[in-house]
Design a protein around this ligand. Structure first.
Ligand code: COS
Length: 377
């Protein structure tokens, strides 16, 4: 795929940043589940947190492909940073820019896109993951404000967010057409966060529950018309899936590059292990999966950039890239042998990090549901 000079430049900036600033502490951050506070601040300064937002609202005004290139480079080294960037860009900033009022954009999008604030997206609940229409969180209409009650689960940036986009049910009798989306400030009375989850992968990203107890939200903080919340969540997730697909692509690329380099250095039976056909064929399979992932992810990004529908291409890209990332990282560990099983060689972390890409922002099974429904419609 031919990239413009500007796209190559932004990719190089992200690559250099990741190698110089993210690589040095990535093992320790994973081990201690340490939030990358300093690194996120650096990326806010680089403009990576509001890349595609219109400069009118403090964003970088870049295309989705540039954002994908950055996601890939950052996730190649530190997938935890990848998800933090992805949520702020694709779910929070994009959602507000696309559907927010002018006042909401001025008040919330501007600081979120220009790096002064961080956002979180709250759809999942203890009993509403894949079945996202079954929202138990309620938003009672009290005239000039709403009162929110409920629990949101698995919230990325949970403890560090300044702004939460919260999906909640206002009119249960209308099913998903009764759901609303709200902008909720972190310091709202009644909003608290649970313990940081102790996760298998992306350990340094912050994931926790968000608890809402009689949280008062002004009416002007509802996004879109009454009942638009589920559509808001679905439309936003369509773009979010491109970001997560790019994260999976980056994790896979990182593992592949390490396995390739290792296979040329490590000797067994008198020759570098890359001379053994079994290892060489593994590398061939990994390179093929990686290239196919890259094409699908870039294609979905270009669909969005060109104003074409991207709901299906984003699901295809996410499904493929996530499954490929799991296979590629597992083979990268295998090629490293015993060394692959220890932290120092990075690939075991990448294998653990890859797993979540098959789960969040729609499991692989949900992507298959979306794709198959579109084929059979
Ligand atoms: N883009 C836009 N709209 C979508 C959509 C998509 N990808 N998927 C579903 N919708 C819309 C449908 O068009 C329908 O709207 P109308 O009733 O106005 O026509 C509405 O959402 C409900 O869809 P549907 O009737 O198909 O409901 P189902 O419960 O059968 O399926 C799924 C909904 C499973 C597709 C949805 O709940 C989903 O995507 N779940 C996964 C959620 C997710 O990604 N969670 C991760 C949370 S963030 S970590």
């Amino acid at each position: 795929m031919k990239l413009s000079e500007e796209q190559k430049m932004i990719r190089n900036i992200a690559r250099e940043f990741a190698e110089n600033e993210l690589l040095p502490g990535v093992i320790e951050r994973d081990k201690s589940a340490l939030y990358p506070k300093v690194q996120i601040a650096q990326m806010q300064n680089l403009g990576f947190l509001g890349m595609t937002t219109d400069p009118r609202y403090g964003g970088g005004g870049m295309d989705i492909l540039s954002y994908v290139l950055v996601m890939e480079e950052i996730s190649k080294i530190d997938a935890s940073c990848g998800v933090i960037i992805s949520v702020n860009n694709s779910l929070v900033c994009w959602g507000l820019e696309e559907y927010g009022t002018e006042e909401q954009k001025e008040k919330y999008l501007r600081p979120l896109a220009s790096g002064q604030m961080l956002g979180a997206f709250c759809l999942s609940e203890p009993e509403a993951g894949s079945d996202a229409t079954s929202q138990n969180t309620t938003a009672e209409d009290k005239g000039d404000h709403y009162v929110l009650n409920g629990i949101k689960n698995w919230i990325t940036n949970g403890k560090y967010a300044d702004i939460y986009l919260i999906i909640a049910q206002t009119h249960p009798e209308k099913g998903h057409h009764g759901i609303n989306a709200f902008i909720v400030e972190a310091n709202s009375e009644g909003l608290t966060t649970g313990e940081k989850e102790d996760k298998m992968g992306i350990r340094s990203s912050d994931t926790c529950s968000v608890l809402l107890n009689e949280v008062k939200v002004p009416k002007e903080n509802r996004i879109g018309e009454d009942g638009f919340g589920f559509k808001f969540a679905m439309n936003t997730l369509n773009g979010g899936r491109i970001g997560i697909a790019a994260q999976a692509l980056g994790i896979a690329a990182g593992a592949y590059e390490r396995a390739l380099a290792y296979s040329k250095e490590r000797k067994a039976f008198g020759v570098p292990i890359s001379h053994h056909q079994d290892v060489a064929f593994k590398l061939a399979d990994m390179a093929t999966l990686l290239e196919a992932s890259r094409l699908l992810v870039y294609e979905a990004a270009q669909d969005k950039d060109a104003g074409r529908p991207y709901d299906i291409s984003s699901s295809i890209a996410k499904l493929y890239a996530a499954e490929a990332a799991m296979k590629i990282t597992t083979e990268a560990v295998q090629i490293h042998g015993g060394y692959g099983h220890v932290r120092e060689y990075h690939v075991e972390r990448m294998m653990r990090d890859a797993k979540i890409t098959q789960i969040y922002e729609g499991t692989s099974e949900i992507q298959k549901l979306i794709i198959s429904r579109s084929i059979l419609r």
